[in-house]
Design a protein around this ligand. Structure first.
Ligand SMILES: [Zn+2]
Length: 92
């Protein structure tokens, strides 16, 4: 099944679109290539980068304010370190 990207107007297979459960077809309107470009352009702007960081910080604070959220963060952090350990610190 093909879907037209609303940004580059190219018909691409559905797998080329990131998932978005809230959309009727379960995919984003832009193909993954466009999504990457848009994100890179967005983050190239220092103002947006700071906004993004502030959002992540706020999100983390909200998560840490509940016991359930703290447990999630703990598990995620553990997974992250385990993964790094398995990779053997390739980059130093
Ligand atoms: Zn596209």
């Amino acid at each position: 099944m093909l879907k037209q990207c609303s940004r580059c107007q190219v018909l691409k297979p559905l797998e080329d679109f990131y998932r978005k459960a809230r959309n009727p077809d379960g995919r984003q309107r832009w193909c993954s290539q466009c999504a990457k470009t848009v994100k890179a352009n967005y983050l190239a702007n220092p103002e947006n980068l700071e906004k993004n960081r502030a959002y992540a910080r706020k999100h983390r604070e909200a998560l840490l304010s509940t016991a359930e959220g703290r447990e999630k963060v703990r598990q995620y952090t553990r997974m992250y370190y385990l993964k790094r350990k398995q990779e053997g610190h390739k980059n130093g």
